[in-house]
Design a protein around this ligand. Structure first.
Ligand code: AP5
Length: 227
């Protein structure tokens, strides 16, 4: 395991229940995918679930399509229902990593109720705002599995699933600005709220991927040891 702890080690004897919070482009999806592989827990990305629903034009997809396109937030009750259904799957028994949920205080309160006192590590990926635009405006995302290209644009196809890389519909400058504004209004207060907890850590997301991954694993171990 490349310097980021052995499989399952992050959580010691606890299931590795992890929440990742951070600005758009902070690296939540990238780190969540790598953590999930290392620790064999599911990555639960609300953005991926919503984009998949939009692509398949399900009732949920039709309900949220305009909100995603506009860079706003889906209503709390809608997204909490989505997460409640996903957390009920048996694959979450050993833990999970949540990417993009919660992102409001009411969503976090709902998550606490769903977890019923089970420990959760909250990791805040802190990034300089000037890095974000460059990351998001050049990002390519796999249209099949939703993972971002971390291979410096050396291939047309995703190394994980073979899908084609595309530009995400909300990775355009005007929408990115609205997503950042939604974060400042709704999610920064959530970070402040979570920061009062012992199982909260901040990780510097301006570093190279491998260094963020190492810091992320160490932070989860500390959190779950302290909860
Ligand atoms: P979502 O998909 O969650 O988007 P987001 O929060 O805006 O985050 P991103 O996916 O854009 O960025 P990321 O932090 O995952 O960065 P990534 O790893 O890709 O949500 C989309 C929409 O769905 C929302 O706008 C909203 O409408 C709705 N929604 C979702 N959840 C919701 C909720 N809970 N409530 C209400 N609405 C909700 O990395 C970005 C790029 O940087 C990549 O190219 C990557 O390769 C690169 N990179 C990453 N780390 C590094 C590094 N260390 N060094 C260099 N490059 C790096």
């Amino acid at each position: 395991m490349n310097g980021a702890g052995k499989d399952g080690e992050a959580a010691g004897s606890h299931p590795a229940n992890v929440v990742l919070v951070g600005l758009p482009g902070a690296g939540k999806g990238t780190q969540a995918a790598q953590f999930a592989r290392r620790h064999r827990v599911p990555k639960i990305s609300t953005g991926d679930i919503l984009r998949d629903a939009v692509a398949r034009a399900t009732p949920l997809g039709r309900e949220v399509a305009a909100t995603l396109q506009a860079g706003g937030l889906v209503p709390d009750d809608v997204i909490v229902r989505v997460v409640e259904e996903r957390l009920a799957h048996p694959d979450t028994a050993r833990g999970f990593v949540l990417d993009g949920f919660p992102r409001t205080v009411p969503q976090a309160v709902a998550l606490d109720a769903l977890l019923g006192g089970r420990p959760v590590a909250v990791i805040y990926l802190e990034i300089s705002p000037d890095v974000i635009l460059q990351r998001l405006l050049t990002r390519r995302t796999c249209e099949s599995c939703g993972q971002a290209d971390t291979g410096a644009h050396t291939s047309e196809y995703c190394a994980s699933c073979g899908g084609s890389f595309v530009k995400r519909a909300d990775d355009h400058i005007d929408v990115v600005r609205l997503r950042i504004a939604a974060y400042v209004e709704n999610t920064q207060p959530l970070v402040d709220w979570y920061s009062q907890r012992p199982a909260f850590r901040t990780v510097n997301a301006n570093q190279p991927l491998i260094d963020v991954a190492r810091a992320f694993d160490a932070a989860v171990r500390e959190c779950l040891g302290s909860s």
